[in-house]
Design a protein around this ligand. Structure first.
Ligand code: R5P
Length: 292
């Protein structure tokens, strides 16, 4: 793709390189440590190792956890100072996206706060499978949500899965999309969140005896949602349970909670040991539509 260069932050290096390959665009290397081991106080450092003057630059960086947000801001500023004519932010997992409204008086609407700061340097923003897509209309820069579900759907089509399951109402739109791509039926559960760590699901008879079931969600954070749904499935005789998500944060006791499942699969929006599919093709398609 002529006139386009791709830069990757340290949270998203494999994905950024894969997007550059898909776009047939040059990849700009970045040095992330001024001295071996980095700054002793943990502050981030970036240095672009190629010119971006006069280029359309695609900057790929997940902004979770917080140091990756800081690194995103440093890279965006360096790209602008380097004379890029256009900066497209690709934020595969948009940190703070789940605080999408003011639940209590005096709170920050954190997702909007992040967008305000991203808009300082970026001309437009692409992000993926965000908690509340309606929120994007309030962002101060053109923003598009790209779905990460096709990548999961392609994976679930070829593995041992009989049925897909949405653990809550919010996941139903995602599971419908994944089920259409995987060519498999879907069901849903009704979840109630009691606090950040605890959820319950209402009992519902599901035809899962002897079946392999994939629970599909946008985010796995503590794994509480998935573990609760997995226990319900196993108690009803499911043979195998796969936890599948777009964004695998796996915080706190997530790894312990996920032992309730036989397999965990996530995409490369957050790179972990459970990353099994890439969303590079999804972002490359959206970027071609935007920049061609
Ligand atoms: C909530 O509506 C989301 O779709 C996820 O279900 C939730 O963020 C997962 O969090 P956890 O893994 O901590 O249960």
């Amino acid at each position: 793709m002529a006139g386009v260069k791709v830069v990757g932050g340290s949270a998203s290096l494999p994905l950024a390189r894969a997007i550059a390959r898909e776009l047939n665009a040059p990849y700009v290397d970045v040095v992330f440590e001024k001295h071996p081991g980095g700054f002793p106080d943990g502050e981030r450092y970036v240095r672009l190792m190629d010119s971006v003057a006069g280029e359309n630059v695609v900057l790929v960086q997940t902004t979770h956890p917080d140091p990756n947000l800081v690194e995103y801001l440093l890279l965006a500023d360096a790209i602008r100072d380097g004379g890029a004519t256009r900066l497209t932010a690709v934020i595969p997992y948009f940190g703070y996206g789940r605080q999408d409204k003011r639940f209590l008086e005096g709170e920050a609407v954190s997702a909007k706060t992040m967008a305000k700061h991203i808009a300082v340097d970026a001309d437009e923003l692409l992000t993926m499978t965000i908690h509340n897509p309606d929120l994007l209309a309030s962002f101060p820069l053109p923003t598009r949500e790209v779905s990460g579900i096709p990548a999961l759907g392609r994976y679930l089509k070829v593995v041992d899965v009989d049925l897909l399951l949405a653990p809550d109402d919010n996941a139903v739109r995602l599971v419908k999309e994944a089920a259409a791509i995987a060519g498999k039926p879907y069901e849903s559960l009704d979840k109630t969140r009691l606090d950040s760590y605890t959820v319950t699901v209402a009992h519902k008879e599901l035809a899962v005896r002897g079946k392999s079931v994939a629970i599909v969600d946008d985010v796995i954070s503590t794994g509480g949602t998935i573990a609760t749904a997995a226990k319900e499935l196993k108690s009803q005789g499911a043979r195998r349970v796969i936890a599948a998500c777009v964004h695998g944060l796996f915080v706190g006791k997530a790894r312990e909670n996920l032992t309730a499942c036989d397999e965990v699969a996530s995409t490369d929006t957050v790179q972990t040991e459970f990353t099994k599919v890439s969303v590079a093709a999804e972002f490359a398609r959206a970027l071609r539509e935007l920049l061609d």
